[in-house]
Design a protein around this ligand. Sequence first.
Ligand code: 5GP
Length: 177
Amino acid sequence: MNTEHRPEVLISSREIATTIDRLATEISRDYLGKEPLLLGILKGSFMFMADLIRRLDFQLEVDFVRLSSYGRGTESSGKIQVVQGLRTIVRDREVLVIEDIIDTGLTVAYLLEYLRKKRPASLRLCTLLDKPSRRRVPVPIDYLGTTIPDRFLVGYGLDYDERFRNLPDVCVLEDNE
Ligand code: 5GP
């Protein structure tokens, strides 16, 4: 894939907004009065986190962890590393992990296991996008935005070699080969 390919809209910003409205309703119903910790996985989830929490009208806390899996390219290496760890105490907290996209499941499975050892009061997972066709380990998704086909996506926080994160829509890179 070369980066001269033009991104093509797969999920428009309007559709993303509708999906986030629904997720916010579901999350509000479950967490109202519980003051959860919303834990985003960097870098991809920053835009989703920002849009989601603006729709949550209750007390909550936000933190981020940075995990590396992909490196530079479109195939997951399968080797997960914590690049920037948690600054918040997780023990006895209601923790909701916020992910942009789940593909093989290796990244989020690793993080859930890492968090479980810290003994939160509860641990749930919200993802905007899910690519179930490529799953290598089972992942329990509590709040699911949209299921997508096996295409490499960019935009709305997602990158290809650090480009395209700023696109307002979720896009696929056109393949002209
Ligand atoms: P997994 O470990 O589930 O295979 O991969 C999860 C991570 O890989 C996501 O947090 C995201 O950073 C990256 N990823 C997975 N699929 C895509 C994709 O289609 N586009 C981009 N830009 N990143 C992806």
